[in-house]
Design a protein around this ligand. Structure first.
Ligand code: MN
Length: 344
């Protein structure tokens, strides 16, 4: 069993140009809960205004879900989250020299000092402290381990290993998580981005390497090319690795459509799992095969994700009467097909 942390409302909303209303955030949170998600990162309280109101509103739903917020490693952010009624906090701090030096203009020691100050105080307040190691994939791995060991000592609850700019490969993701797991017991979360189209594959590899948690967003929404897509990771885990996610996969298509409408971002027709043509067949050989026995050309039945199989007539349909005659085609479609020489 793996726990998926849905961050559509936080990292997903950081997709350029996307802003959910409070009602939309509440609706997405409800459907995420219905589908079986147990942890939601709902926003960044310190932004204030509508963002903080949305976090409060999601908390107020009383869903059977752990609600998290994202925080920098500063007191102001933590106070804002506590004011929103949130006790589960991601405390994020860069661990790569690139970001420590060029973004924070601090040192590795400063990072350790901040965690040492913040985490015990959070634990004292009865909070769940999840520590996000930003840009961990570009960091010196010995420093990542040093910080992980420190966090374990400080009794942090979880460490999120972030591939912030999406440069891991499945091989490297597996190695990194397996390496860290060799030294520490604290639960790890793999947080991946899709800059090279590998976010879901990298999350899968991190899970195989020993991560018990993975961050996902619906439709893979997020900064730049986005995050690991919830629907892709769920189906890959369940179907390809036999790892349970607790997700009702039959609702995936509906959830995808909801977030697509709310975000104003259309889903590509050929997007895996949730694209409108992800289960469409045109070429004659495939149509013939799939009609005889669907597993011939489908990895799993489309109904499992709430989708439908479609047979498309087109250039590659061929002239297989036996196939085409099995289709329920309207008289008009038959006339057009005949006019195109597809069948008589
Ligand atoms: Mn991220």
């Amino acid at each position: 069993m793996i726990t998926l942390v849905d961050t559509t409302l936080r990292d997903g909303e950081q997709a350029p140009g996307v802003a959910f209303s409070i009602d939309e955030k509440m609706e997405i949170a409800k459907v995420l809960s219905d589908i079986g998600i147990k942890e939601i990162e709902a926003g960044t309280s310190v932004m204030g205004g509508e963002e903080a109101e949305a976090v409060k509103a999601v908390v107020g739903l009383g869903l059977p879900v752990k609600i998290f917020t994202w925080n920098r490693i500063v007191e102001k952010d933590i106070e804002a989250s506590l004011l929103c009624g949130v006790k589960n906090l991601y405390i994020s701090c860069p661990v790569s020299d690139i970001q420590i030096q060029n973004k924070l203009r601090k040192t590795r020691n400063w990072v350790k000092e901040r965690f040492t100050k913040i985490i015990p105080a959070l634990k004292k307040d009865g909070c769940y402290a999840a520590c996000g190691l930003e840009d961990a994939s570009r960091a010196d791995v010995s420093f990542v381990l040093e910080v992980c060991r420190l966090l374990e000592e400080l009794q942090a609850d979880r460490i999120r290993i972030c591939d912030t700019v999406g440069i891991l490969t499945p091989f490297k993701a597996f190695e990194l998580i397996a390496y860290l797991k060799g030294y520490i017991k604290i639960p790890l979360e793999i947080h991946t981005h899709n800059d090279f189209g590998l976010a879901a594959a990298n999350a899968l590899a991190g899970i195989k390497g020993g991560a018990g948690y993975a961050s996902v967003t619906v439709n893979g929404m997020g900064e730049r090319a986005g995050n690991a897509a919830l629907e892709e990771l769920v189906m890959a885990l369940e179907k390809l690795e036999g790892i349970k996610t607790g997700i009702n996969t039959k609702m995936l298509k509906k959830l995808s459509a909801l977030v697509s409408v709310f975000s104003g971002r259309p889903v590509a027709t050929d997007k895996p799992i949730v694209g409108d043509m992800a289960f469409s067949h045109e070429s004659g050989i495939h149509v013939n095969g799939v009609l005889k026995h669907p597993p011939n050309y489908e990895p799993y039945p489309p109904e499992e994700v709430g989708a439908k199989r479609e047979i498309i007539l087109g250039k590659h349909s061929g002239k297989s009467y036996s196939v085409l005659n099995t289709l329920k085609l309207s008289a008009k479609t038959r006339r057009i097909a005949a006019a195109c020489g597809i069948f008589a």
